[in-house]
Design a protein around this ligand. Structure first.
Ligand code: PLP
Length: 395
């Protein structure tokens, strides 16, 4: 049973603290370029906003089923078919308030004292926080720059023990922008055949954000692990809908696999009843409506990541691998002589640039900082000018 002590093990997402500090400095009149938070700087496309307003006007004010409106689950089925070629049953789809609740549900289902859970490091900080909450042992899988910030099947599989219950994978990845190639995922899945008791949580929230012809590989395309696979996805990033709290996840629902779906549906009944109803109507419109604005946003992220990479690489002592996915850059700053968190903090306080230190994404993040390409090219240039000037005087 979880107690107050377990809550004391819950961590934070430091990007939110950076956002709050940046806002406080702005309130004092400082000009801050905010490259700290993992949230698109675009607005939700208007036809999606209209769908929510229409839902409210049409009187959709009550609860929906805990697993989501049937129409929203059907929309996810269509979207999954388009992006992965896989036809999932609507009875495997949960609509949830964002992607994070799927993380919470999956990790608390498998985590307990004595269990081990593998997670990417550097990676999204909530994985580690939730593992610690359950009392399970958190086993980092190093995500290395020399490996293009991709998962290594070999390094991942070598960390599996008889106590391993869950493996968390994320591609395209936060904070590195790494995309794991299909061949490596094939190796990983092949290796998992030897470990039938290890479930997999695949966080695919950045699935459509890939560049340079890189393709995202969904773990849904491997039927051999479907009976123990949970896929996390959602509207937050793709349709610039972070504040709407709309995510979906796909769960095993027997008879060939675990009946996890009904368990997570019960969790929803107990915890949040359902996602707010107008957001669900907006989510349907997002999937079924025109995608031009999504494509324009991805094209903007593509230009920005190239700009960031080029400009950062022109600064002495910084080297930045070109991100292949998501909307982050994760430059190596170890040659500057700064510890990453100190550099991040000083850049915010002294140079007016908000970004996040690599160690906020795990121990293997030391020596790196994360820049979110969530600002215009002009503002990104201003930020990098300021970083260059700061480093020139400080090193
Ligand atoms: N997964 C990853 C890798 C993320 O970067 C984020 C958000 O930053 C999420 C999940 C959570 O998304 P949501 O805001 O929909 O809960």
């Amino acid at each position: 049973m979880q107690t107050v002590a377990a809550f004391d093990r819950i961590g934070e997402e430091n990007a939110f603290a950076v956002l709050a500090r940046a806002a406080a400095l702005q309130a004092e009149g400082r000009d801050i370029v905010n490259l700290g938070i993992g949230q698109p700087d675009f607005k939700t496309p208007p036809h999606i906003v209209e769908a929510a307003i229409r839902a409210l006007r049409d009187g959709h004010h009550g609860y929906t089923p805990a697993n989501g409106l049937p129409e929203a689950r059907e929309a996810v089925v269509r979207r999954t078919l388009t992006t992965t070629g896989v036809e999932v049953s609507p009875d495997t789809v949960m609509i949830m308030p964002g992607g994070k609740p799927a993380m919470f549900a999956a990790i608390t289902m498998f985590g307990e004292p004595g269990a081990e859970i593998l997670y990417p490091d550097p990676g999204f900080p909530i994985y580690r926080s939730m593992i610690d909450y359950t009392g399970a042992k958190a086993i980092p899988v190093p995500i290395r720059e020399e490996n293009g910030f991709a998962f290594s099947a070999e390094e991942t599989l070598s960390r599996i023990t008889p106590a391993t219950r869950l493996l968390i994978v994320n591609s395209p990845a936060n904070p590195t922008g790494g995309v794991t190639p299909r061949a490596e995922i094939e190796k990983l899945v092949a290796g998992l055949q030897n470990h039938p008791n290890v479930a997999v949580l695949s966080d695919e929230i950045y699935d459509v954000m890939t560049y340079d012809g890189e393709a995202h590989t969904s773990l849904l395309t491997f039927p051999e692990i479907r009976n123990r696979l949970i896929v996390l996805n959602g509207w937050s990033k793709t349709w610039a809908m972070t504040g709407w709290r709309m995510g979906w996840s796909i769960w095993p629902n027997g008879p060939d696999g675990a009946y996890l779906y009904d368990k997570v549906r019960k969790l929803a009944v107990n915890c949040w009843s359902c996602v707010n109803t107008p957001s669900q109507f907006a989510g349907i419109a997002a999937i079924d409506g025109p995608q031009d604005e999504v494509n324009a946003m991805i094209a903007a992220f593509d230009r920005r990541r190239l700009l960031v990479t080029e400009r950062l690489n022109a600064i002495a002592n910084i080297s930045c691998a070109t991100p292949k996915g998501a909307f982050y850059a994760f430059p190596n700053i170890s040659a500057t002589g700064f510890k990453a968190k100190e550099l991040a903090s000083r850049l915010l306080e002294e140079a007016g640039v908000a970004l996040v230190g690599g160690p906020d994404f795990g121990d293997f993040g030391e020596g790196y900082i994360r820049l979110s390409c969530a600002a215009s090219e002009e503002r990104i240039s201003v930020a990098i000018d300021r970083m260059a000037a700061f480093l020139e005087t400080e090193t």
